[in-house]
Design a protein around this ligand. Structure first.
Ligand code: OAD
Length: 232
């Protein structure tokens, strides 16, 4: 059976009601990315950064997965170990939809960890009323478990191993401008995979895409994945 590797970005969650970053009305229009999504910004003003991620965490818990997420659950059920999702999203919607083989390369809004003793916690188990939440174990400062600009994404070795083995690489809802995620499609193509993109606008890395489906992932994916499953 062919091996499928999926890379998702903010676009797949847009139809769930979560704002993307770079579209009109994207998050980076009214937030300074250097202040709320960089390690330097966090050191300058941790309380501002916590306010931003507490609000995003609360919002992510209010929304639900959409038909695009659920289509990927069906594909995983059909493919089992021959299927993996790498997501840049921190909203946990793939996991809440029911996908199991999910790599959250930019971390998760659901998680935080202690800067002093490195203990990891679920946000749900932490006192979020403090402007700067503290570690229950050592009273050190907690930080959101998000990979910020200036930090290295998670699980890059596992991602590289999956890239080497995949036959089909599908990119969904990402502008293709943030590296290293944006470079994965190029690597997959050079390593011999067929590349497919599903996106509202043309992504920056379109030249590495063999098959482009333009439109909303919540509308395109259920049909596209049904076709893929009929031909497995
Ligand atoms: P972007 O906001 O850069 O791109 C979202 C893409 O989704 C755009 O190309 C849109 O055209 C497309 N899109 C919007 N609605 C869609 C829909 N309904 N169906 C399909 N596509 C749709 O978001 P990302 O590429 O995910 O990193 O951004 C990458 C990283 O930049 C994020 O993980 C985040 C951000 O800064 C960090 O915070 C570290």
């Amino acid at each position: 059976m062919k091996k499928y590797l999926i890379l998702t970005g903010a676009g797949i969650s847009a139809e769930s009601g979560i704002r993307t970053f770079r579209d009109n009305d994207g998050l980076w229009e009214d937030h300074d990315v250097n202040e709320v999504a960089s390690i330097d910004g966090y050191r300058r003003n941790p309380e501002l950064v916590w306010r931003f991620y507490k609000a995003r965490y609360a919002q992510s818990m209010e929304v639900s997965p959409n038909p695009g997420h659920y289509a990927l659950v069906e594909l995983e059920k059909a493919l089992g170990d021959n299927f993996h999702i790498i997501t840049q999203n921190v909203d946990a919607l793939h996991i809440r939809a029911g996908n199991q083989r999910v790599i959250e390369m930019h971390g998760s809004l659901q998680d935080c960890f202690c800067e002093s003793c490195d203990t990891h916690y679920k946000m749900a188990d932490i006192d979020l009323s403090l402007a700067r939440p503290l570690c229950p174990k050592c009273t050190g400062f907690l930080r959101p478990d998000i990979v910020w600009f200036g930090e290295i994404p998670y699980k890059m070795e596992q991602i590289e191993a999956l890239l080497r083995k995949c036959d089909l690489f599908m990119v969904i809802g990402t502008s293709g401008v943030v590296y290293p995620a944006a470079g994965l499609v190029m690597t997959a193509k050079y390593l011999g995979a067929k590349t497919i993109a599903v996106n509202l606008e043309k992504p920056d890395n379109l030249s590495f895409i063999d098959e482009f489906h333009q439109g909303k992932s919540g509308e395109i994916l259920p049909k596209l994945i049904k076709e893929i499953m009929e031909n497995l």
